[in-house]
Design a protein around this ligand. Structure first.
Ligand code: SF4
Length: 363
């Protein structure tokens, strides 16, 4: 059964600090690594409890030659907590570019000289066509994504009209990503039938001010909490590779564990020209596998979705990520970069003998 995870053991005042509260231990020996993996398996598979922050920190530093063992455990945990299904989601960028916020990784910010130009909200027919194409791939989810700080009244009116229409025409669960919400907006979206609302934490509290200055980490957390309080499923994930430390990635995992999202998209930075992070190196493929596995071990019951940057980061290792804890994919074209074709992803799942379906129905 899918469960929210409560990673207790880290103090609220630590999470409120701007310094990373996590200290990583030394790299363990081969025998020490085996013991850590056995303890983690016992906790997650036998006791069915979440890992403590210190257990996660120890697993984060196992040697590179133990990443396959870490991934194997993560796959077992995924099957035990979520079942075998892989959930597919299509997304449409219903309003692209021109965003007032200054997220340093984002080509849709109006603060940077990026090739992505601002567009108006797509018309209803275009959104419906994207949803029908998503349904034809066998997906169960469709997310309407808007690049903005938060919705104004005109945007709210369009969303409240579109969400039930898309659902009734396609049968898809309709999800929305539209930035920071007020309590009243969260209530209206929930009443309109929004199944899941996406609002990524993106990075740890201690690293957040290095990449965003126009809103705070706490504003993001507040919206995440409003989503849950109004009965929508929370989708909140991460963007790895912005210059954060491994300790800060563990800090983020602890924060996500406390928040308890139903879905966690894992993005890897695909450096965009013109943005302040346009010159950052890619996350190394083997490190990406390590962190996918750690996300699964930290969030055993979550729908863990491959999102942006996976093609450039993982290359030939994309299938390995599916066997390291991932159980959901965004298929088709991503927001401003071209994802690989849906056919290639469907072939990969078929080769891996992984059934497509809503993860909830596998429980
Ligand atoms: S709020 Fe969203 S769309 Fe706007 S700059 Fe940040 S990541 Fe990009």
């Amino acid at each position: 059964m899918r469960q929210d995870v409560d990673l207790s053991g880290i103090r609220a005042e630590d999470l409120a600090a701007q310094e990373c509260p996590v200290t990583l231990p030394p790299v363990p020996s081969a025998a020490g690594t085996r013991a850590l993996l056995i303890e983690a398996a016992s906790a997650l598979l036998d006791e069915r409890r979440a890992l403590h922050p210190d257990e996660l920190a120890s697993l984060a530093v196992v040697p590179d030659d133990s990443v396959t063992a870490l991934a194997a455990l993560a796959h077992q945990v995924r099957l035990a907590w979520c079942g075998p299904n892989v959930e597919l989601e299509g997304i449409v960028s219903a309003k692209t570019g021109g965003c007032t916020e200054d997220c340093n990784f984002c080509s849709q910010s109006s603060h940077f000289d990026s090739p992505v130009k601002a567009t108006a909200f797509l018309d209803t027919g275009e959104v419906l066509r994207a949803a029908e194409e998503t349904a034809s791939l066998g997906a169960s989810e469709f997310c309407i994504v808007l690049a903005l700080r938060g919705p104004d009244e005109r945007t709210m009116a369009r969303l409240v009209e579109l969400v039930p229409l898309v659902h009734s025409r396609t049968g898809l669960n309709v999800n929305v990503s539209a930035g920071i919400l007020t309590g009243d907006q969260a209530r209206r979206l929930a009443e309109a039938g929004v199944r899941r609302y996406n609002h990524n934490l993106e990075t740890s509290r201690s690293f957040f001010p290095a990449v965003v200055s126009t809103h705070t980490f706490d504003e993001r957390l507040d919206t995440c909490r409003l989503v849950k309080a109004n009965g929508m499923d929370l989708c909140s994930g991460a963007l790895l590779g912005m210059g954060e430390s491994d300790a800060q990635r563990v800090e983020l995992l602890v924060e996500l564990g406390a928040l308890g999202p139903a879905e966690v998209p894992v993005n890897f930075l695909n450096p965009r020209p013109g943005t302040p992070l346009g010159g950052e190196p890619l996350v190394a493929a083997w490190d990406a596998i390590r962190w996918i596995a750690l996300f699964r071990l930290a969030l055993p019951g979550a729908i863990l979705r491959y999102a942006g940057g996976r093609e450039v980061t993982l290359g030939d290792l994309q299938a390995m990520g599916m066997a390291a804890g991932i159980n959901a994919l965004i298929v088709g074209n991503y927001l401003t970069t071209l994802g690989r074709s849906a056919e290639e992803d469907l072939r990969m799942l078929s080769d891996l003998r992984m059934p497509i379906g809503a993860v909830g129905s596998a429980l």
